[in-house]
Design a protein. Structure first.
Length: 135
């Protein structure tokens, strides 16, 4: 006889997939804003090519896309977690200790979500998952 916990655990791969896709799409949106001015251009304007902000935008767009499809998820997620840690400590933390005041909530959440993906992987519903079944 299965327990409710067992029944809920059966949905874990779907929950991981949903979290991965939504986090990746949200992260991509930050990249499209900075690279293409879509859906709205940043207040400071588009970053200069090869500037720190431009490199971050490329990481956000390309890394977010790779997270969405679940390709190279562990190394990409680890890199993106690092980017978010740097973003928090360089741009948010200096203005205030409290994330609700310094606007760093998103950077912290993305950092730890990506650390989870780096440890857990993309799951079965991903390019990585389908590649591991064929190897």
């Amino acid at each position: 006889m299965s327990t409710r916990t067992d029944q809920a655990a059966a949905y874990a791969p779907y929950a991981l997939t949903a979290l991965r896709i939504i986090a990746g799409l949200l992260f991509m949106e930050h990249g499209t804003q900075k690279l293409f001015g879509f859906p709205v251009a940043p207040e400071s304007g588009l970053p200069a090519v090869l500037s720190l902000f431009w490199i971050g935008a490329v990481l956000e767009f390309v890394g977010g896309l790779l997270i969405v499809i679940g390709l190279f998820t562990r190394p990409v997620a680890f890199l993106l977690a690092g980017e978010m840690a740097v973003a928090y400590w360089m741009f948010h933390a200096p203005s205030s200790f409290y994330p609700v005041v310094n606007g760093g909530d998103g950077a912290i959440l993305f950092c730890f979500i990506f650390l989870y993906f780096a440890a857990r992987g993309a799951g079965p519903y991903s390019v990585d998952g389908s590649r591991s079944r064929t190897l």
